[in-house]
Design a binder for this molecule. Sequence first.
Ligand SMILES: [Mn+2]
Length: 413
Amino acid sequence: MEATFYTENRKSFAEHMDPGELAVFLSGELLRKSADDDYGFWANRNFVYLTGIEQRDSVLVLYREEEGYSEKLFILPPDAFEERWSGARIKPDKAAAISGITDIGYLDEWQTYLAGMIRDKKVRSVCLDLDRGEGRRNWTGADWMKQYIESGYPDIEIKNALPILMKLRLIKKPCEIEALERAEQITKAGIVAMMEHSRPGMYEYQYKAEYDYALAQYGVLEPGFSSIISAGKNNFCIHYDSYRGQAADGDIILNDVGVRWDHLVTDVSRAWPCNGRYTERQRLLYECAYRTSQHMFGILKPGIPMMDVDKMIREYNYEQLKDAGVCGSYDEIGTYMWHGGAHHIGFDVHDRVSAREELTKAGMVFCVDIGIYHEEWGIGFRLEDNCLITGDGCRNLSADIPRTIEEIEAIMN
Ligand SMILES: [Mn+2]
């Protein structure tokens, strides 16, 4: 991603700030795992969206003037001893080249800077990324910041930056679509590798190994999110993550996987019989999902209430299942369809965007996910693609990943 992408994002954010307002964004800290080991660092996505920087303990400060705004980035200072053990830290010139921010300081100056700004600029409000997640209780750095400001500066109003960012992130820019297109190609390599190696008796972890190996050939060293790869009855666990099961002859392999490229994540599901030939029942159900998917990609365009997309998938898929003699009435559709399938993707796989009240617009990218679960027949799977809304319709970004029965059987045999 070019630095102009991040510069534009900060500019768009600053347009939503009030004069005299300060915004503080934190990349996050290392999380201790055990003894002297930490979990791999994962930078806050909104911080990355605004800076492109993925280093721990970094801080972005925006200050809104009457006209325009100023910005400053704080990064970890050089530390020869630390860097000998855990690798080089980003230097100011590199941080400037990535983010487009010219005013860069070191972390040890940051608290003095904050106090100085509040005093000299007579800051009236501070905007923080107060994203507590849904039902999650862990405090983030922004929560600590909120407490720090509230106790030290009771007159300053605290605002939440999240709603603004959720709006900005909803519409993808051309460079984000390019990154997604690249990610889709690599996703394809991973899925095709699993299809090609598939055979009865194969363990789920062996499919996973094929996927990870294929991605690594492109320099993608971890999947876009925790891969869901399961066989047979394990497909009935929607977010399955054990990988211990073994595919028996006649089982369907379900995958729900992604690739992150330049921060953008794909989310694709395919389903194939481990032995390379769909049974009659598998074919019947798969074709229902396929026709529903094709229907959706034929009708999606700007101006459709986002809330209706799930319902449209459900209703059309019900018609398919009814015609196939599987589902007798719409009241029973919940027996076979267990989840919705129209979440947005982007910097997060379940993208942190506000879409519920929106109409579909050019630049939105969301999944069209059709899951069919027939427990009695022992067949469960999803067909999930990534839909980009364009000026006059839509484009299936994952269309090139084998998705018809003919394409899949051709690869496997
Ligand atoms: Mn998915």
